[in-house]
Ligand binder design. Structure first.
Ligand code: GSH
Length: 204
């Protein structure tokens, strides 16, 4: 197996943090891909990842597995402990529900904001649309309020224990640094949760 990843990029970081929490990151075979050098657009890389995305988990038979959550699901099956995706059908469904809420309602807005406003993204996002960036920024701020309320009710995103949904939110909040958005500065529950996240060795 080999993991193709890109340092500092949010989707690869979801998988990195997941593997760090499992204690398997250091020893896992991996190859770095430079997005800025467009290595993810090379034909040989696209043979593994047809959409030219990072990360990819290449299996021993050559199969290229993309989508961070799918990769994490495969790793969870191979390395069940500590459990991060749910121990029974209901818990699995609840954790997936929260993880997808984070990804689809918050992460995607930060991505739209960043990709349509940051000069470093001009080559990757053609055409950049500043109006769309402004809409995404407003939506992200609204969704941050929702997660602040959520984290006022439960200590972790999906309930009373640390799961993949916390990893996805932690990555999304970190991603916001690129558009200088730090919701923990204005939302007390997010701030308290973030302190617990940054204290975890697996999330650095
Ligand atoms: N839904 C995919 C998204 C993967 C993705 O968009 N990765 C970004 C890096 S965070 C990428 O490869 N960007 C390259 C590009 O947009 O050209 C996942 O969950 O892995």
């Amino acid at each position: 197996m080999n993991l193709y990843h890109a340092p500092m990029a949010p989707n690869p970081d979801r998988v990195r943090f997941f593997m760090q929490e499992k204690g398997i990151w250091e020893s896992f075979p991996k190859t770095e891909i430079s997005i800025m050098k467009m290595e993810h657009r090379a034909p040989e890389y696209r043979a593994l990842s047809p959409m030219g995305h990072v990360p990819v988990l290449q299996l021993d038979d050559g199969t290229g597995l993309t989508e961070s959550r799918a990769i994490c699901g495969y790793i969870e099956a191979m390395h069940p402990e500590p459990n991060l995706m749910g121990a029974d059908p209901l818990e699995r469904a609840k954790i997936e529900m929260w993880d997808r809420r984070v990804e689809l309602t918050y992460f995607m807005q930060i991505a739209g904001w960043f990709r349509n406003s940051h000069p470093a993204m001009a080559e990757l996002e053609k055409p950049q649309n500043p109006e769309w960036a402004a809409i995404c920024s407003e939506r992200a701020k609204k969704v941050a309020k929702f997660f602040d309320r959520t984290l006022g009710e439960t200590p972790y995103v999906a309930g009373d224990r640390f799961t993949i949904a916390d990893i996805t939110l932690h990555v999304s909040m970190g991603f916001g640094r690129l558009v200088k958005y730090k919701p923990w500065e204005e939302h007390a529950n997010i701030a308290a949760w973030r302190e617990r996240m940054t204290a975890r060795p697996g999330l650095s």
